[in-house]
Design a binder for this molecule. Structure first.
Ligand code: SAH
Length: 263
């Protein structure tokens, strides 16, 4: 049993804590997040939350799935928000557990807006987002001045129309795309059209930070074929940039599949 440090916030009845579960490795959950899980009456969790993190919930906590995964029947976002409000109104300690960080492509804003509108008090507990966890567990630590996190997929289900591809390429800094596997070909085309060299290193990480972590190291030119050949499945992030050359030398975490063809 962990001795929690003194001074951790008290989880009061009728409150909702929005907690980032991190990318998968249970060790990446914050101490505050774990403390919240240990105090919660009900934990409403997303499909992305790893079983190892869920296993840290106490047996008396009620676990409720609010799984939303692309392509599969899912609970609508407004229904999840309503459910949180309803559970809090019953005087329960409600912990909303979301993969990575609740606010990085996590629709945490919609849930907090609903809580504010209903007058439900809440606390936000940030989590390690997939890009930060993934880059570290694939050995790409540091070495760049900036990093841009992007979604490869907007609420319409397509590659976002609002991205300024030439500005992204011109900046010359790493780009990390979330939710990008199903649109990888289009993303590659947009980057090449915007002037990105097709020899640019690309590292694709599936199930990063978990025992099922798979990494494909390729180039812009080869990544679509390499990802298909390796049969990578979501959740995955796609990291593009010169800094991805570091991957081969710095990989320290066992990955199921590595195809280091970056020259
Ligand atoms: N809030 C989450 C992101 C939710 S969007 C976060 O901060 O990480 C869902 C996308 O996150 C997935 O499609 C994938 O791109 C990425 N993702 C989440 N967990 C991941 C993991 N363990 N490995 C690789 N990508 C992951």
């Amino acid at each position: 049993m962990i001795d929690f440090p003194a001074g951790l916030a008290e989880f009061e009845p009728g409150w909702v804590w929005l907690v980032g579960a991190g990318p998968g490795d249970p060790g990446l959950l914050s101490v505050l997040g774990l403390h919240g899980m240990r105090c919660a009456d009900v934990i409403v969790y997303d499909a992305l939350v790893s079983p190892e993190v869920l296993a840290m919930a106490p047996p008396e906590a009620h676990l409720e799935s609010a799984g939303k995964r692309g392509g599969r029947p899912s609970i609508r976002q407004p229904d999840i928000s309503r459910r949180l409000v309803m559970l809090a109104a019953q005087g329960l300690r409600v912990l909303r557990l979301k993969g990575g960080d609740p606010f990085v492509f996590g629709r945490g804003g919609e849930e907090t807006s609903a809580l504010i509108a209903a007058g439900v008090p809440f606390r936000l507990v940030p989590g390690i987002t997939a890009a930060v966890g993934g880059l570290a567990y694939a050995g790409m630590h540091g070495g760049f001045a900036a990093v841009t996190l992007l979604t490869g997929h907007d609420t319409r289900g397509g590659v976002p129309l609002s991205l300024n591809w030439s500005a992204l390429v011109k900046a010359g800094q790493p780009l990390v795309f979330y939710m990008a596997l199903s649109h990888l070909e289009e993303i590659v085309d947009r980057l090449v059209e915007a002037g990105c060299a097709d020899s640019m290193p690309v590292v694709v990480m599936s199930r990063a930070t978990t025992p099922k972590q798979s990494v494909v190291a390729a180039t812009l030119r080869s990544c679509v074929a390499e990802v298909a050949a390796a049969e990578l499945t979501p959740p995955a992030i796609v990291a593009v940039g010169e800094a991805m050359r570091m991957h081969k030398a710095l990989a320290w975490f066992p990955s199921a599949c590595v195809t280091p063809d970056i020259k």
